[in-house]
Write a protein that binds this ligand. Structure first.
Ligand code: NAD
Length: 344
């Protein structure tokens, strides 16, 4: 297949490109290279033939039209997004522009391209939207999100993702575009920009900075390894039924404070502090995030039954230890990606 992958200089998109290359697919990458997008994440992957890169904005209609004109594409996987809830609270506009207008622009160019394909190619074409479990809102202490639940987004980020998902649904329902939507829980693993919980805590701890934990640290997230998410998206793209949505989770619900303590305990073991104290001494409780969702959990039995989805990372603690190792070995990567934001 020749897959158009947007946002592939980011955390999950770059993992997906690695997965697709292993399956011998060709990839056309689009990325705007915002503060969160880095060519370092694609190191060794772009060869100008099987994997090519085009810098641009998914909300730029002329740019997207030119990409559809230039390449014979079999499918689109849209990972490009503004993805950090805290940023969406302070600066929501970028979220509306990229996540909603960008998705609309991609969808409508996909539709125009798809309408002119042969009947056979029309049937096999796919537009896949990578979305989040946050569109379902928040859970109490029990229950899990699943595909049949109504959307109840609470943050500007999740509302923008939910809006995009509704557009995807409408382009399928109204125009017949073969779309698929995936909703996934919190990802962790190598190359995650140090603004999300796990890489923030690792990088701050190593710099002897305070480890800020929202509220009392009791909020619960379900953690999936990024490679498991990438394999799930690939299965949805290749085996999913147009018009359907598929949820993916890690079956690893943890309280935020427990995740931070697990990071501290692992660092105490493999990279002890000079002063002999535990990294957990650096934990500092800070004012809770506005509108902070309490708990997320995913029932991904549909993806398991219909797509044959299986997680390779069964133990969150093993995956976390490997992730911490990666950050310890890649301090240069951290410096490079963080310096870009400082320069902006
Ligand atoms: P990320 O922030 O690491 O990467 C986003 C990428 O998109 C970056 O490379 C950035 O440069 C690019 N981008 C941003 N705006 C763009 C634009 N207008 N045009 C082109 N490129 C643009 O994000 P991520 O964590 O890899 O998330 C990827 C997708 O997965 C997002 O759609 C996100 O909503 C979804 N998702 C993320 C998680 C998670 O835990 N990180 C969980 C579920 C779903």
């Amino acid at each position: 297949m020749k897959i158009l992958v947007t946002g592939a200089a980011g955390f999950i998109g770059s993992a997906f490109v690695r997965h697709a290359i292993k399956k011998s697919d060709q990839v056309v990458i689009i990325d705007k290279l915002t503060y969160a997008g880095h060519m370092e994440n694609l190191e060794g992957l772009i060869d100008g033939t099987n994997v090519v890169f085009e810098q641009g904005d998914i909300a730029d209609d002329n740019f997207i039209a030119s990409v559809f004109k230039k390449y014979e594409l079999d499918c689109v996987a849209n990972f490009a997004a503004e993805s950090h809830v805290d940023n969406s609270i302070h600066s929501p506009r970028e979220f509306i522009e990229t996540n909603i207008i960008g998705t609309f622009t991609l969808l409508d160019n996909s539709r125009k391209y798809w309408m002119n394909l042969s009947e056979e190619k029309k049937k096999s074409f796919r537009y896949l939207q990578v979305s989040t479990d946050e569109v379902y809102g928040t859970l109490g202490d029990s229950g899990k999100f699943h595909e049949e639940l109504p959307y109840q987004p609470n943050s500007p980020y999740s509302a923008s993702k939910a809006s995009a998902d509704h557009l995807v649904r409408a382009w399928h329902h109204t125009y017949g575009l073969p779309t698929i939507t995936t909703n996934c829980s919190n990802n962790y693993g190598p190359r995650q920009y140090p603004e999300k919980l796990i890489p923030v805590m690792i990088t701050k701890a190593l710099q002897e900075e305070k480890l800020p934990v929202y509220g009392n640290g009791g909020n619960v997230r379900d953690w999936i390894h990024v490679e498991d998410h990438a394999s799930g998206v690939y299965l949805a793209l290749t085996r999913g039924i147009p018009g359907e949505t598929y949820c993916f989770g890690g079956n690893s619900e943890r309280r935020n404070l427990d995740v931070v303590n697990a990071i501290c305990a692992q660092l105490d073991k493999i990279s002890p502090r000079a002063n002999g104290k535990s990294y957990s001494d650096l934990i500092s409780f800070v004012q809770d995030r506005a509108g902070h969702d309490w708990r997320y959990a995913i029932d991904d039995s549909k993806a398991q039954a219909k797509l044959g989805f299986e997680r390779q990372y069964q133990s969150f603690e093993d995956g976390l230890a490997a992730t911490i190792d990666w950050y310890l070995k890649n301090t240069q990567w951290c410096k490079q990606v963080l310096s870009k934001k400082e320069a902006q």
